[in-house]
Design a protein around this ligand. Sequence first.
Ligand SMILES: [Zn+2]
Length: 238
Amino acid sequence: MATGDASRAQPGAPRGAAERRQPWWRAALELLLPSVCASCGRDAPAGPLCGACALAPADVLAPPPRALSSWHAAIAHEGAGGDWVRRFKYPARGLPGLDPAAEAVAVGLVKGLVKRLPGAAPDLVVPVPLHARRLRERGFNPAALLAQACAREARVRFAPVLLTRLRDTPSQTGLSRAARRRNVAGVFVARATAAPRVWLVDDVVTTGSTLSEAARALRRAGVREVVGVCLAHRPLVG
Ligand SMILES: [Zn+2]
């Protein structure tokens, strides 16, 4: 498969949290200590949240945009679910890196979603990329972190640089469906790939304009089937 480049880190790109290794002592500690709930601190043997704090799975999404063969979200972006997503995407000032509890919850949720996904595993797992400038500012791409967790769970290759974002577009928040489409039109380009099936991972999906635009770039690069995999679904308001 001619996709060797895809999983290699981009030279010069900031080393985000997605690429950091878990220290050996953390893995050892996790084996020794019982898991506690990231929300309430009670026992959570199936971690990262206990039964009482567990978040309900998202409803089945409406039919996807044409470029995607299906799309799925772990949770609805509302209530406690929305709070965890915000904590994961925007760690509080003063934290040296990601919010570890929110990271554990977000990663646990997408891994759970991967276990429930219908169909065969893909050839590659690809995150929706941030623009290079935005990545430098934030220090990490939440979608890349989730995509890496999905790839590990499904035991398939993580391809963090297959897609590139050409322009730093304004946030989609507050935009209408049509404005969202215009905002991301032509914003992605993908390297040629021989991988027929790809999971395209993002943190939050609303109308699917961004996923659709990224999926179209993947299809132009040779991918035949793109499945959207998202942490949370936030319906378009207004
Ligand atoms: Zn709990």
